[in-house]
Design a binder for this molecule. Structure first.
Ligand SMILES: Cc1cc2nc3c(=O)[nH]c(=O)nc-3n(C[C@H](O)[C@H](O)[C@H](O)COP(=O)(O)OP(=O)(O)OC[C@H]3O[C@@H](n4cnc5c(N)ncnc54)[C@H](O)[C@@H]3O)c2cc1C
Length: 490
């Protein structure tokens, strides 16, 4: 079969494009090299839906961020992913910085960002955010900024796309692409796919995909950002707190998550290894120091995890969204921050490009933009839970005590469209292992459930695909063998 469109890369960008295109009468497939979607940059970032004042006006990422932010309201209603518009502060600690805030406000307001205001009244600022340093002299308040769970957004996009007919193929690393007679032949780990149009949304690897077709006009370099995550309720923040930005980044922020944790990070380190997501002592110290300039009482003893993410930085420092010289091949590359914010606007742009290519975009009669909200144990009242448990006792079996996740939720996550196949797949969909003990109690139980539901042996269950097995054999296998021998001899 020849697809109308194939998308390479199952990050937030590839999945957003897939979901937007799923509206039309097209045969679409998405190829992802990892065992699950949302395994690249989309998995580890700040999860901020930016207001859009940060990038300079010459960059297309500025307009796409402002438009993308707007589109979140409708998308969150349709797709039911966790999103809260809590607003952000850019914090000035010196009087000279106020004119920068005023300039950002002026330009941002001209460009249509709603509600921007510079607040200089310290009492008011500290009422709005009591944990902020009392060294503050002023803030730029952006009420339209928000927080989102980037991977839950991506799963929602993929589920809705799959409901509307998009086919997802995981463990499919694209290694070679040929283009002949207006058809792309895509080789991926032993399988071959054919398509009339090809969209490259391969994140850190997008330059390599482009080069497979002989297009060598940009390169991508990884820039690492490290984070420290704190336990839930260790400290409550009501705003996203940014320092004054630097030339290379928006700086080290202190921010709540949609699940009630807070985090501090990221720093910005240019590196050469595209796979290096290690955290370092120096990096974490830098992050902590940066965070403390905004929130001096960061509760370090309540930190539960460190992690790092890699920005895909293009040489132009701007998004590359191109109808290339190869007919039907669209690069969506160099999607650094604010890519998460811009994902819906980027998908709109890709639709425009496909239209320019003459692809017939006829809306499906049975298109359904809604993805039901996954039910969560912790959202129910006692009475509701009683009913649920009566209908299915697995609602009453708590697998993850830190995050109060029931067996029912894990089974749902496995059997959802584009469902979980790995321990991390379950963790990122419904949170067992995300809490204080970081999976110490629940991992063996999650392995058991995955094994039972997918009908595969324990030792084949992996943390995140390939050789990330957590079980290598039975520790008391020799005893079983001895037993069997004895039984036979009797
Ligand atoms: C530290 C940090 C903080 C950030 N904070 C924010 C923020 O607060 N707000 C915001 O708006 N943006 C933020 N961003 C940016 C945002 O995370 C990215 O723009 C977004 O996640 C990019 O998504 P993507 O789909 O392009 O890339 P990815 O998520 O990396 O997806 C690309 C996918 O392609 C797959 N792939 C690669 N090669 C192949 C191949 N050969 N075959 C098949 N599949 C392949 C990969 O496995 C991957 O899953 C941040 C980024 C970082 C690193």
């Amino acid at each position: 079969m020849i697809y109308d469109v194939i998308i390479i890369g199952g990050g937030v960008i590839g999945c957003s494009i897939a979901r937007t295109l799923s509206k039309y009468n097209l045969k679409i497939a998405l190829l992802e090299k990892e065992a699950d979607i949302a395994s690249g940059t989309t998995k580890a970032n700040s999860g901020v839906v930016h207001a859009g004042y940060a990038a300079e006006r010459q960059y297309i990422k500025r307009n796409l961020c402002i438009r993308g932010n707007e589109l979140y309201t409708q998308a969150a209603k349709e797709l039911n992913f966790p999103f809260k518009r809590i607003g952000s502060f850019v914090v000035a600690l010196e009087d000279e910085q106020i004119k920068d805030l005023e300039e950002k406000k002026k330009q941002g307001t001209e460009d249509g960002i709603p509600g921007l205001e510079v607040i200089l009244d310290k009492k008011k600022i500290l009422e709005m955010e009591p944990n902020l340093t009392d060294q503050v002299v002023g803030v730029l308040h952006a009420p339209s900024a928000g927080i989102v769970s980037p991977y839950e957004l991506t799963f929602a996009l993929a589920e809705n796309a799959a409901m509307n007919g998009v086919q997802f193929f995981r463990n499919q690393e694209v290694i070679k692409i040929l283009h002949r007679d207006y058809v792309f032949t895509i080789h991926a780990r032993g399988s071959i796919y054919k398509s009339n149009n090809l969209i490259n949304a391969a994140g850190l690897y997008a330059d390599k995909i482009s080069k497979m077709l002989g297009l060598d006009y940009f390169s991508i370099l990884p820039r690492k950002g490290e984070y420290i995550l704190f336990d839930k309720n260790a400290l409550q923040l009501s705003k996203i707190l940014f320092p004054m930005p630097t030339k290379v980044s928006k700086g080290i922020l202190v921010c709540p998550t949609v699940h009630g944790n807070i985090f501090v990070g990221p720093n910005a380190q240019n590196i050469t290894d595209i796979e290096d997501i290690s955290t370092t002592e120096a990096g974490l110290k830098e992050v902590l120091e940066g965070g403390r300039t905004l929130v001096p009482n960061l509760p370090l003893r309540a930190s539960i995890r460190n992690f790092a993410g890699l920005r895909a930085v293009p040489d132009s420092y701007d998004f590359i969204i191109d109808n290339t010289d190869i007919y039907g091949f669209i690069n969506v590359a160099g999607i650094l921050s604010p890519g998460l914010t811009s994902c819906f606007a980027i998908a709109e742009k890709v639709v425009d490009y496909l239209e320019l290519l003459g692809v017939e975009l006829k809306v499906k009669e049975n298109y359904n933009p809604y993805r039901p909200k996954p039910e969560r144990f912790k959202d129910f009242t006692k009475q509701e839970l009683d009913k649920k448990i009566k209908a299915d006792p697995k609602w009453g079996k708590i697998i993850c005590r830190c995050e109060t996740v029931s067996e029912h939720e894990i089974i749902e996550a496995i059997h959802a469209p584009v469902g979980a196949r790995t321990i991390d797949g379950v963790k990122f969909r419904c949170r067992p292992g995300m809490g204080r003990c970081q999976g110490g109690f629940c991992t063996p139980r999650v392995v058991e459930i995955l094994s039972r539901e997918l009908n595969i042996p324990y030792h084949q269950i992996t943390k995140r695909g390939d050789d990330t097995h957590v079980l290598v054999g039975l520790t008391k296998e020799f005893l079983l063998e001895e037993n069997e021998k004895e039984e036979k001899e009797k």
